[in-house]
Design a protein around this ligand. Structure first.
Ligand SMILES: Nc1nc2c(ncn2[C@@H]2O[C@H](COP(=O)(O)OP(=O)(O)OP(=O)(O)O)[C@@H](O)[C@H]2O)c(=O)[nH]1
Ligand SMILES: Nc1nc2c(ncn2[C@@H]2O[C@H](COP(=O)(O)OP(=O)(O)OP(=O)(O)O)[C@@H](O)[C@H]2O)c(=O)[nH]1
Ligand SMILES: [Mg+2]
Ligand SMILES: [Mg+2]
Lengths: 291, 277
């Protein structure tokens, strides 16, 4: 793996005295390959390798007994710092209704994550309400209804209304009934679908959420960052949730998204069941991405 | 400009960038650029336009294609649809049901995703929309048992095409892959030539993990075709190139939207045109 590769690169240049730019460049090419294989966006990879090359040249790699390990540490630390750099706690209030909206591409895991979030915050003492604002996908409301029933968490929906109407009425219901948290599910949509993005923008404007999460799939490829950018531009995201991290995808899209839109990655989805939600740890993600 | 025709490193770097950004993958992209260089040298190509055309020809050549057969001598023709979570299996089945129905075939859909909330309801609505027959059991039932029931019902009712939906499953989940093996065993025992088609549905937004998905699903149950979905988005779906090249399995169909008509036959030439722009 990566550490061993770097050890062998640096071993053969030990005898030459000073580690040169070329040596760092060669090791950096291996980092580039690892990041691309992990699906980090190519533009982000280029910027990252340039930044880290400069840092590596400055670091005391030659004086280390194991320059390969030292090099990996520089790379790994930079990666973890990049991903954890925007970390902050979820901002919920204790004396009023808190509102969360989940948005993202089709199939990324929003509906399942809504149920997970509701369960997670109920365990912390919240009284959550799920609001089913996806009137677009076949049987979406059935899906959230079933999840809510299995967790004994109420679901607000209305098959006859528009997403915006359901959102407004659902939040009014939440206020009246004294819920402390409303988790709003939205339809999967393309960032290039003007009508659907306008619908989402109107929904978020009406809901005025405390947290707006972009739900992204851990197996997403090079285009993920472009999608996130567009959603961020339209509805101002406050955080990211990366799903299906129980798979064997390296999850490099997470690095690209965090680097480019600068909001924190708050949770990762680690299973299909409602308890499959974990907090995000940048160091663990860094070693996963580096492979 | 250099010795290898009239193209310098910057030209090839820009091409490699475009391929990588399209999710073709570092290894496949590097290999394509190497093959392009020998095409250019061997054929004395001197203009960028001709170089692009040569690259497109290489790409299209790598993308094997056979569309689904129009005749189904064995009745029922059994199509098993598999893949990881959320890629578009159930929706693709709905679209296929629409297509076969429009061609005058008697279609049945088998709801062998007995796990996910709302999965049976979702497929039931697609069956209603496309006037397909529908077989299901209670939630949590053994999916192999649903597959068996669906096959028996298909034989009894003279169904032309039976399409079986399965639950999304990540390829590294051994117990779920074992469950899928069992479904296939039960299908084979019921009808030795079935499943006639095993479609692995892959999301166009997927990165290099698609190769792992294909490898594991193919190793465990044998895949006969890919369906690449969500090509109406901005992902170029370049993984299709790596998939075709590494597995020699054809891309059967592509999904280009959420509606019943949003399924197209895979055409390598227009696909490559869209890929490289
Ligand atoms: N293994 C695993 N599966 C997940 C995870 N999160 C979601 N899923 C599965 O991914 C699939 C899609 O999840 P949904 O919640 O329906 O996704 P969605 O974003 O709401 O989909 P649309 O509403 O159609 O856009 C389902 O099979 C879920 O069970 C996760 O963290 N791990
Ligand atoms: N834009 C677009 N969306 C699609 C396409 N195919 C499917 N979808 C959407 O993707 C989401 C997931 O589709 P499903 O058919 O539920 O996916 P699945 O593979 O059956 O999901 P699981 O059973 O949960 O694993 C839905 O919102 C679909 O409408 C496509 O070609 N284009
Ligand atoms: Mg949903
Ligand atoms: Mg499904």
């Amino acid at each position: 793996e990566l550490t061993n590769r770097f050890e062998s690169i640096f071993k053969k240049i030990r005898g030459q005295g000073k580690i040169s730019e070329e040596n760092i460049a060669e090791a950096m090419r291996d980092v580039k390959r690892a990041l691309l294989e992990a699906d980090v966006n190519y533009k982000v990879v280029k910027k990252f390798t340039a930044d880290v090359s400069a840092k590596a040249l400055g670091a005391d790699i030659l004086s280390s007994i194991t320059p390969g390990q030292q090099f990996v540490k520089v790379v790994y630390d930079e990666l973890a710092a990049l991903m954890g750099g925007n970390a902050r706690a979820i901002r919920f209030h204790t004396n009023r209704l808190n509102i969360v909206v989940l948005a993202g591409l089709q199939g990324s895991g929003k509906t399942t994550t809504c149920a997970k979030l509701a369960l997670h915050f109920r365990k912390q003492g919240h009284r959550p309400l799920l609001i089913a604002c996806d009137t677009h996908r076949v049987a979406a409301i059935d899906q959230l209804d079933t999840l809510g029933k299995s967790l004994e968490i109420p679901v607000f929906s209305d098959r006859a209304k528009s997403p915006l109407e359901i959102c407004r009425e659902g939040l009014a219901f939440a206020q009246r009934e004294g819920f402390s948290l409303a988790v709003i599910d939205t339809a999967g949509r393309l960032h290039i679908d003007a009508d659907m993005m306008a619908e989402l923008k109107a929904l978020c404007a009406a809901a005025k959420p405390d947290e707006t999460f972009f739900v992204a799939d851990a197996m997403a490829g090079q285009d993920a960052v472009n999608v996130a950018k567009e959603f961020h531009k339209e509805i101002k995201l406050s955080g990211v949730i990366l799903t299906k991290m129980d798979g064997d995808s390296r999850g490099g899209a997470a690095l690209s998204i965090l680097d480019v839109i600068g909001v924190p990655l708050q949770f990762i989805g680690v299973g299909e069941k409602p308890d499959g939600l974990e907090l995000f740890y940048p160091e663990r993600m860094a070693s996963r991405i580096l492979g | 400009s250099g010795a290898s025709g009239s193209f310098d490193d910057r030209f090839y770097d820009a091409l490699e960038d475009a391929l990588i950004l399209a999710d073709i993958g570092l290894e496949t992209s590097t290999d394509l650029i190497a093959r392009l260089k020998s095409e250019i040298a061997g054929r004395g190509i001197t203009t960028p336009a001709a170089a692009y055309a040569a690259l497109k020809t290489l790409l299209a050549g790598d993308l094997a294609v056979t569309k689904l057969p129009d005749e189904f001598p064995p009745k029922p023709w059994v199509i098993l649809v598999v893949g990881v979570n959320g890629v578009g299996k159930t929706t693709t089945i709905g679209k296929l049901a629409g297509e076969f129905g429009a061609a005058g075939k008697k279609v049945m859909l088998g709801a062998a995703d007995t796990f996910r909330a709302g999965a049976v309801e979702q497929l039931k609505i697609w069956a209603q929309r496309t006037k397909a027959d529908f077989v299901f059991q209670q939630d949590g039932a053994d999916p192999a048992s649903v597959a068996f029931d669906a096959m028996e019902a298909s034989k009894a009712r003279g169904i032309d095409v039976l399409i079986l939906d399965t639950a999304g499953r990540l390829q590294n989940k051994t117990n779920l892959m074992n469950e899928l093996s069992k479904i296939v065993r039960v299908i084979k025992r019921n009808l030795p030539q079935a499943p006639n088609e095993v479609l692995l549905v892959v999301d166009a937004t997927t990165g290099q993990n698609a190769l792992n998905q294909a490898r594991v699903f193919n190793e465990i149950i044998g895949v006969t075709g890919f369906v690449i979905t969500k090509l109406d988005g901005t992902s170029k779906g370049g993984i299709a190139v790596a998939l075709s090249k590494n597995f020699g399995i054809p891309v059967r169909k592509i999904g280009v939207g959420e509606g019943v008509d949003d399924l197209q036959n895979f055409d390598p030439v227009s696909y490559v045109d869209a890929l490289l722009g």
